[in-house]
Ligand binder design. Sequence first.
Ligand SMILES: [Mg+2]
Length: 427
Amino acid sequence: MHYIKEGRATADYILHSDLNCFYAAAEINDRPSLKGKCVAVCGSTENRHGIVLAKSYEAKKYGVKTGQANWQAKQACPQLIMIEPHYEKYLYYSRLVRSIYERYSEYIEPFGMDENWILLPNLDGVERARRIADEIRNTVRSETGLTVSIGVSFSKIFAKLGSDMKKPDAVTVISRENYKSLVWPLPVGELLYAGPRTTRKLGDMGIYTIGQLAACPESAIREKFGKNGEMLRLFARGEDGASVARLGYLSPIKSVGHGATCARDIQTPQEVWHVLYELCQDVNHRLIRHGFLAGGVSLYIRYSDLEGFLFQSPLSRPTRCALEIASGAFGLYLQNREKGRPIRALSVSAIRLAGENRPEQTDLFGEAERSLRLRALGDAVDALRNRFGERSLVAASLLSRAPIATDRCETVPMPRALTGAQKRRMK
Ligand SMILES: [Mg+2]
């Protein structure tokens, strides 16, 4: 948007601020003895097949990469100190840093736990935006001990590209004057939402750089990629026109759960699946709203005699897909069910929450890609349900009968006081 302020033209600028090596930096910040060492935060450190989620710059020099299997990282860097993730710590720092951004704008939009867009409205030039970005960068470092890299631009997409260009603790300005020389030579796959498949298909058309996509006739892109292609082309041209969401604050959430008391007692695995799948749609909806992935699932079963049991287990990968969460919950039910004992109520929680841009495991057997597709599918289903109502889309497996669940409600958190017997049964 452009304005005239006291006779001078002003404009909105957008910052994209990205915490550097976030998980690793937060761990090092809390344990100064780790400073200057090769550190990696890894999923399941006891398991050599866990993956690297974040690494220090020192570890990076040895070739440790995000998404790499633990054993590969250890091979590349034998002195690597592996730490398991502490998501509550990351949520704490994420909030702390966001509270600094709040001093500068009320338009702050998170993208996962470590990235935010910040709108600076009505400034009289890009230099003013750069000075504010520098001030934010210095404040984050001195008040939290963490560093950010910030992109400053007139578009959200370019601001995000800018935050990637200089790291750590740096500011990059992508202005209307320099974007063609800074952005257009970059590979088209660097654009937000240009996934591997799209990038491959663009390559088939001879489009390898962002500049080539920007220059491509709209009709050619529309023909091959439809609406999404048109959007991507606008991104490449700096014409995304997306606005930064106003600060809608997220409370620190440890789990996202939904429960239902069934209209009648249920007994068969199929009935249980129906209820779980429905609950997981709601759980998933809230994961999307809060920008989280589920790293695990917990299931609470209450029998008709009102005795209840809580079970939990990690998911094979962080996910935001109702089907995957429901499958995890259903697996817990199958392992622990007591045949013939009627169930009165069920609740499911997504636990071990992680930011949504947590890296995917390297593409083993296409699993990671499948998971990303499922996540995209989950988002699409959720968007339709938001727009057209909860019943607008129902999984085919749910169509066979009227819904069983009644009294669906948010359950935050799961029951706290557990008896000894219940604790023993928790996985
Ligand atoms: Mg980051």
